[in-house]
Design a binder for this molecule. Structure first.
Ligand SMILES: NC(=O)C1=CN([C@@H]2O[C@H](COP(=O)(O)OP(=O)(O)OC[C@H]3O[C@@H](n4cnc5c(N)ncnc54)[C@H](OP(=O)(O)O)[C@@H]3O)[C@@H](O)[C@H]2O)[C@@H](O)CC1
Ligand SMILES: Nc1ncnc2c1ncn2[C@@H]1O[C@H](COP(=O)(O)OP(=O)(O)O)[C@@H](O)[C@H]1O
Ligand SMILES: [K+]
Length: 518
């Protein structure tokens, strides 16, 4: 699914009005009707007080139109107009008149008004600001927003939580609505998926308001959201007369005394994601551990307790390198010397990244489309400190362009970056914030490249599968007991799940499942 910028959404809006020959007020009515249906199906006329806080732009107009539908179906509503500006959008005014025609008189709030009473059992509809927010709200609006957040009432945000910008992180986080649920028109917004702003969106769902499909299809976006339908197209079926040689040979390099587990996890993950053969290149101290714990894997050794050189006679398809490797002088030198001569596709993780961060000149030896999989701290070592999430994305984009690498920014909603475009993952859960889960990801991606997936496909698909496997494992383990080995063991189910009944876009169901686990 594409993630459009605010400018693109306004363009889509315009294209829709022209192509479908409808007025903007009709489009607003579609949006309001969709929201009403969404609420009505769930509330079934329940006598809960619904407070609708509406701005004076089109987001406010959506809220006012929704209020009319709720009133007509007998809901107990209170409507407030938040007068943060003297301007009024036309469609807001049209809908305000319609509301007044029905003898509903909103409470007009300004900097002198008292804060309204809200009980924690009420529902708040947040239609104060939408994607048109372009400056920090006034102090009194911030106070109102904090008051709504403090009320503990369920907050349903229209399009985007008020106070969130679409292209930067707000300076004052008190000015942002903490939405329990966001009904986002047609497309999700990038800020739903970034750590600093995503926390304001507990759950979200897209409402189809019939924006021009041709425009949506043709328009290129800087970010895509990756779910099952996006990765299914990459899937490479196995053929009847294939043999293990058909599925490549993954070489996993790393490990040091006390950190043989890291390479063990990566190697096993490479195997379990379908690599025909897997060899692990480790110091001698890991030999028995590897051979005993994963008999399917071949082992090469070098150095006693850490790697001293990296050279081998075998001809692997791809190399995954760095897990538990250490950053000792000899090992660092071994990595640099290896990079100078290496021509194989690379997946670099952990200490390989830490060594490169200290020897940035060695980055030039990376083959094009090498995959780097840093966690936040490793990323900071590579690209330097960032001011906020948007600054981070800018820096990653520049880095990935400069070195022609694929960078996977790991975390909740892992983002894979290449050639200026970001692919945002939708699978995974906080249970995966556990030792070794990153090592597992490196193994999965390396295993996919071994089988013939392109580096980009392997990165995007690998991140998806890894997260999906974590989600499936979660159902049996709960958050706290999920460990990296559970992710490896769940990989089979993650592949099988690809061909289960199509996802009925179930962010909601997925969230419910995770809720049940809590
Ligand atoms: N295609 C779609 O998806 C559809 C979208 N629709 C809806 O439209 C919404 C966008 O509406 P919108 O453009 O009118 O902007 P909105 O967010 O209501 O802000 C209003 C104005 O406030 C101003 N302003 C900004 N910041 C401010 C501040 N801090 N303090 C004070 N004032 C401030 C600024 O005006 P300015 O003063 O800068 O001229 C701004 O224009 C969208 O989120 C969705 O709900 C649907 O109706 C149907 C189809
Ligand atoms: N809150 C979270 N939600 C989803 N995925 C997560 C979350 N926290 C961590 N992960 C995933 O777990 C992995 C952690 O990687 P990393 O920190 O490198 O672990 P390690 O170094 O222990 O192997 C990444 O793939 C990351 O995306
Ligand atoms: K809003």
């Amino acid at each position: 699914m594409k993630i459009f910028s605010a400018e693109q959404i306004y363009k889509a809006d315009k294209a829709t009005l022209e192509k479908q020959d409808i007025s903007s007020e009709e489009l607003m009515e579609r949006a309001a009707t969709q929201m009403f249906n969404w609420m009505h199906v769930r509330m079934q006329g329940a006598p809960v007080k619904i407070h609708l806080f509406c701005g004076i732009g089109n987001n406010g107009g959506d809220g006012i139109a929704l209020a009319r539908h709720l009133f007509e179906h007998g809901y107990d509503i209170a409507v407030y107009v938040v007068k943060y500006s003297d301007k009024r959008s036309n469609d807001f005014l049209v809908n305000l008149e319609r509301l007044k025609d029905r003898k509903i008189w909103p409470v007009f709030l300004d900097d002198k008004s008292d804060l309204p009473n809200i009980s924690q059992d009420d529902i708040i509809v947040d239609a104060v600001f939408g994607i048109g927010l372009n400056r920090t709200p006034d102090d009194w609006v911030t106070k109102l927003i904090s008051h709504l957040n403090d009320s503990k009432a369920f907050i349903l945000a229209v399009d985007i939580p008020s106070g969130l910008f679409t292209n930067c992180v707000p300076e004052n986080l008190d000015s942002v609505i903490k939405a329990n649920y966001v009904l986002s028109f047609q497309v999700p917004k990038l800020v739903f998926f970034l750590p600093q702003t995503g926390v304001f969106v507990e759950q979200w769902e897209v409402l189809d308001i019939g924006l021009d499909s041709e425009f949506l299809m043709k328009e290129e976006t800087e970010y895509d959201l990756i779910a099952k339908s996006e990765v299914l197209q990459f899937y490479r079926p196995r053929t009847k007369y294939s043999h293990k040689g058909t599925y490549g040979h993954a070489l996993i390099v790393g490990g040091s005394y006390g950190k043989i587990g890291a390479v063990t996890l990566s190697s096993k993950a490479a195997l379990k994601s379908g690599s025909g053969l897997v060899t692990t290149y480790i110091p001698e101290c890991g030999y028995q551990i590897l051979q005993t714990s994963v008999p399917e894997i071949m082992v090469l050794t070098n150095g006693k307790t850490s790697l001293e050189t990296i050279d081998f006679d075998i001809k692997p398809t791809v190399v995954g390198i760095g897990m538990g490797m250490g950053i000792g002088e000899r090992t660092a030198k071994a990595l640099t010397e290896f990079l100078k001569v290496n021509k194989l596709p690379l997946v670099l993780d952990a200490d390989a990244l830490n060594i490169l961060s200290k020897n940035k000149e060695s980055l030039k030896y990376l083959p094009e489309e090498s995959i780097l999989t840093p966690h936040p701290k490793e990323l900071e070592r590579l690209i330097g400190k960032w001011k906020d999430d948007f600054d981070k994305l800018k820096k990653v984009k520049a880095f990935s362009k400069k070195y022609k690498t694929i960078i996977i920014i790991k975390g909740a909603h892992t983002i894979t970056f290449y050639q200026g475009k970001g692919y945002i993952n939708t699978t995974g859960n906080p249970g995966m914030a556990t030792a070794g889960s990153g090592d597992t990801l490196t193994g999965v991606i390396t295993g996919l490249i071994a089988q013939g997936y392109t580096n980009m496909q392997a990165a995007i698909f690998g991140v998806y599968l890894h997260g999906k496997s974590g989600d499936l494992a979660l159902e049996k383990t709960g958050y706290q007991s999920l460990v990296a080995s559970d992710i490896i063991n769940g990989l089979g189910q993650a592949f099988i799940d690809l061909f289960k009944v199509p996802e009925q876009v179930s962010e909601q169901q997925e969230e419910d499942k995770k809720e049940n686990v809590k």
